[in-house]
Design a protein around this ligand. Structure first.
Ligand code: B12
Ligand code: SF4
Length: 487
């Protein structure tokens, strides 16, 4: 008889931290999306292991909730995810696990782990996963279940022994067909929502519908210099199997779907096939997608088709109001192409989310120029961030010597300038907040004077005030001596 294998069912806790920065909290009033990365990881854990998801963004007192959950659930494995601005919180949470449950293993993954793994080379973390996490996490759970030591696997680093040659290479991306479909039964889907831009909204149409997040593809073929995506996916665009995506969308518990692809329509054949699968199944949902102006201009028929399917809005990175700035950052589009795409989408009834970026060396005239540019644009929902290249990009390496904060990762939310601003920081923040306020008036819902649902009105006012306040005060997140400093 073959030997009977001993097997310990484990308790796994997957945690999304609560960020610290006011600007992100303000963002969460407009948009709080599912912890999809944790749904993917959970799906990679085979039974009979148990999995729970703890989204600390939803907890009023995150630390107390975290400690209580550790004490009650007593996980064998804690998986922590985090963006760069959350890295110090992730390290702190790992320390709490080590104190309360010294026998548990803490595994860290997510965007920051991928781009700056060395930042997690600390004793309270047992393993760091770079890149796509499902396959390595499955291996880790297996090893812990069998009582084996964690060792370096493809994409897995064990702190204390990070090899610099491993850190210097990007983890390879697995075949999307090998990835599981995410589990959504581990959270309440009605808890997650997104502000929903629409052209020609019906009177009283809800502004903050519950929304699910779906990933149909990964990566992008463009090479914008500030963006990490070309490095993450080696300049390639990978698509998931069409029928798997259609199954997932068809089974969603919400009517609204926020796609979290880097560029949803850059592969028109795939986007047509997915449309076809959804049409065949007569799936009726509302969609929000990220795309590029050049994609819209090249494939207008694709957008018309998706409009019929329910595409309400598209996020377009317009970035700058000048061709020179677009050229320097290798955006691959012009101001005129951006405007053309904006007009085309609106004519199809698709609302535009226009994303712009400020540069730290903006002076008063640059702010004036951006203000005039946005004032002259047709209605859109606007977001304005600060061009802060991601760690891992060449642009980040080139700004590194000029970074003015001791702890730049803590401020890496693309809203805090990382290098000295030409204007005094407090003035920069004021002009930034003023631009955000002004751009809000251009929202199609406001421009068309569509009446809001009575429940949405106070919610919108609160969200707007908190958002503007966060920008006006963002200088306070820096050491006091920098508040009125300029570069
Ligand atoms: C969708 C998205 C959003 C959504 C939010 C998603 C959410 N649930 O909150 C929205 C639009 C709200 C958003 C907001 C922001 N985002 Co964003 N976002 C993305 C995007 C396009 C996809 C992320 C995603 O959900 N992917 C799908 C999931 C399933 O994949 P994943 O997160 O990569 O997770 C996998 C692996 O990382 C790994 N993994 C993850 N966690 C863990 C944990 C463990 C234990 C293990 C083992 C593995 C593991 O396995 C997962 C499964 O495959 C990425 C770009 C990208 N391609 O990564 C940018 C990106 C992550 N965002 C970024 C930024 C900067 C922001 C903002 C700060 C921007 C802003 N100022 O508004 C905010 C911050 C929001 C916040 N709460 O902190 C940057 C991060 C840069 C950085 N160095 O941290 C990225 C990379 C964009 C970019 N091009 O630079 N974002
Ligand atoms: S900014 Fe957008 S278009 Fe440019 S590389 Fe990143 S994902 Fe692609």
């Amino acid at each position: 008889m073959p030997p009977v294998r001993t097997f310990n069912p484990l308790r796994v806790l997957l945690v999304k931290p609560k960020p610290r920065l006011r600007a992100i909290h303000a963002l969460h009033r407009f948009q709080l999306l599912e912890p999809l990365e944790l749904g993917y990881l959970a799906a990679s854990v085979p039974p009979p292991h148990q999995v729970r998801v703890l989204d600390l963004r939803c907890a009023r007192f995150a630390d107390a909730t975290f400690r209580r959950t550790l004490n009650d659930y007593r996980p064998d494995i804690v998986g922590l995810t985090g963006y760069t601005h959350e890295a110090s919180i992730v390290r702190r949470l790992a320390g709490v696990v080590r104190d309360l449950l010294p026998g548990s293993k803490t595994i860290v993954g997510g965007h920051h782990a991928t781009v700056a793994a060395a930042d997690y080379d600390v004793p309270q973390i047992d393993a760091v996963v770079r890149g796509e996490g499902c396959l390595p996490f499955r291996e880790i759970v297996g090893a812990v279940g069998r009582g084996e030591e964690l060792r370096e696997l493809d994409g897995v680093l064990v702190p204390g022994a990070f090899a610099s040659d491993v850190l210097a290479t990007w983890p390879s991306f697995p075949d999307p067909a090998a990835m599981p479909s995410p589990r959504r039964d581990l959270w309440d889907p009605q808890r997650y929502f997104s502000v929903w831009p629409t052209e020609n909204a019906a009177p009283f149409q809800r502004l903050f519908p519950a929304a699910s997040m779906v990933r149909t593809s990964f990566g992008c073929r463009m090479l914008c210099s500030f963006c990490i995506v070309p490095k993450l996916f080696n300049g390639k665009h990978h698509t998931r199997p069409v029928e798997a995506v259609a199954d997932e969308i068809e089974g969603l518990p919400t009517d609204h779907v926020y796609f979290c692809d880097d560029e949803n329509f850059i592969d028109p054949d795939f986007a047509h096939e997915l449309a076809e699968a959804l049409e065949r199944r007569q799936v009726r949902k509302r969609y929000f997608a990220w795309t590029r102006a050049t994609t819209v201009n090249r494939f207008p028929d694709l957008f018309r088709r998706w409009r019929k399917l329910g595409l309400d809005a598209a996020f377009l990175g317009f970035e700058f109001p000048s061709d020179e700035q677009l050229r320097v950052t290798r955006k691959g589009s012009t101001v005129e192409q951006n405007a053309q795409a904006h007009t085309a989408l609106r004519s199809m009834g698709i609302a535009v989310h226009a994303a712009f970026m400020l540069l730290p060396d903006f002076d008063e005239s640059d702010f004036d120029r951006l203000r005039t540019h946005i004032d002259d644009m047709p209605p859109a929902q606007f977001s304005i961030t600060v061009c802060t290249p991601s760690p891992g990009t060449d642009d980040y390496d080139s700004i590194k010597p000029r970074i003015w904060s001791q702890r730049p990762f803590d401020l890496h939310d693309c809203m805090h300038p990382l290098t000295p601003t030409r204007l005094p920081l407090r003035r920069f923040a004021h002009l930034y907040a003023d631009q955000i306020r002004r751009a809000g008036d251009k929202n199609p819902r406001r421009a068309d004077r569509r009446p809001l649902h009575p429940f949405d009105m106070p919610r919108l006012v609160r969200a707007q005030l908190s958002y503007e306040n966060a920008y006006e005060n963002l200088y306070r997140d820096y050491p006091r001596e920098l508040w009125d400093a300029s570069g």
